[in-house]
Write a protein that binds this ligand. Structure first.
Ligand code: 3AM
Length: 179
């Protein structure tokens, strides 16, 4: 049996509420539910139970101090030259970059291939299909979106379950900062 895993941060409820307030009625966009809002630190993918245990144990050894994050505007990813997802941008943060780099190293210690894509910290707001309407009004309205700061004092190992109606993200282990 395999598990589809990723490490992520979970924004606090007031921040999630503010993100949900930005969601509008763009056609063919699947806006994320409150339960789905997260900031991916490292996508792991499908691993067997043994490797899942190794990852969870290694993560216990990672000591980090609490830090703060803020949202600064919005952006989107493209696939085949079309927007595929729209997200809230995380303002640059040294502690976040350091935590992400340490999680990347722990994944490699557990035998995962190195992540080659650049880390673009974001919180996905909607997934778009090819027929999605223009993003321009949403992008213009939220260009100066500024939320937070909020305090990050945990990170989470999630298991992802693919469903017709959108993925279900189940928090498996929560790791706490050591202040
Ligand atoms: O944080 P976001 O929403 O951008 O798109 C998936 C989601 O990213 C991404 O991992 C996060 C939790 O599911 N994801 C899913 N499959 C992926 C893959 N094969 C992937 N990222 C990279 N490669």
């Amino acid at each position: 049996m395999t598990h589809r895993l990723f490490f992520a941060l979970r924004p606090p409820a007031p921040l999630r509420d503010a993100l949900i307030d930005t969601m509008d009625d763009l056609e063919n966009a699947r806006w994320q539910d409150d339960d789905q809002l997260h900031l991916t630190l490292r996508y792991i993918g499908e691993v067997d139970a043994h490797r899942a245990d190794d990852l969870a144990e290694e993560a216990e050894t990672l000591a980090f101090e609490p830090f703060e994050l803020s949202i600064a505007g919005v952006g989107y990813f493209e696939r085949k030259s079309r927007p595929s997802s729209v997200w809230a941008r995380i303002a640059p943060s040294e502690p976040l970059t350091r935590l992400q780099a340490r999680i990347e190293r722990l994944c490699q210690r557990c035998g995962l291939p190195a992540e080659t894509r650049k880390f673009t910290p974001h919180i996905t707001l909607a997934r778009l299909n090819a027929a999605a309407g223009s993003l321009a009004p949403f992008l213009a309205r939220n260009e100066s979106l500024a939320l937070g700061p909020w305090r990050v004092d945990t990170y989470i190992l999630y298991e992802s379950f693919l469903r017709e109606a959108g993925s279900l993200y189940d928090p498996v282990v929560t790791y706490h900062a050591k202040a």
